[in-house]
Design a protein around this ligand. Sequence first.
Ligand code: NAD
Length: 248
Amino acid sequence: MLLKDKIAVITGAASARGIGKAVARLFAQQGGRVAILDLDEGAAAAAAADIGPGHIGLACDVTARGDCERAAQEVIRRLGHVDILVNNAGITQPLKIMDIAPENYEAVTDVSLRGTLYMSQALIPHMRSRRSGSIVCLSSVSAQRGGGIFGGPHYSAAKAGVLGLARAMARELGPDNIRVNSLTPGLILTDITGGKLTEQMKTEILKGIPLNRLGEAQDVANSCLFLASELSSYLTGVTLDVNGGMLI
Ligand code: NAD
């Protein structure tokens, strides 16, 4: 039990096939109690109930600072404290550079970047007061390679921003014993990607993946567990490339 008595907040974890939900399920299996935050309260509560008793689901739009603060306080009130934050909420749009309108830019950067900042800010004072915390931020291989079939340049920019933000937080919060690390998943089969892949696209993509398979949400969840738990107690500011070897 790697997360016995640990309390974790996971944003964007209501989507049934999503990475956040897989993380929530794995954390619960490892003895953790989980607060699932997502746009729709009913969906968040249903996802929490689905992973077992004792977990909670709350409505929270991570682009709204007030929402993040309210959700953080509610989790602390109901579950007692918070040890782990997984900044997972994210959206993408498959646009080319000249097709990105201001509202596209804002929508995509707001969820990943503003969301990571606001949700972290909402919990850092609490983690500081406990002199303990582990924050995991979901970036993407798109940040490293520049684009991909599902992410436009604004998505790459937002996810690269997440890496910078995570490293800056890691540096600043290290003395408070709060670790901050990132994951850069490759192509993972979720609602963002699944269903939109033709067999031809899949064959083409697999040529660039040495492990010769697409990723599963569980692959990302496993690495997230490592970064969230004490197994990675001397790691901060690092990025784990959960991509089957895409960058070799
Ligand atoms: P998903 O679409 O299955 O789930 C994303 C969740 O975020 C949804 O439940 C959605 O309701 C929620 N969400 C959206 N906007 C929100 C907001 N403003 N506030 C709160 N919640 C919000 O996505 P996924 O594929 O599971 O992706 C999870 C994370 O991993 C994202 O940050 C994504 O960019 C990143 N990622 C995914 C892949 C992939 O291939 N699927 C690859 C690299 C990185």
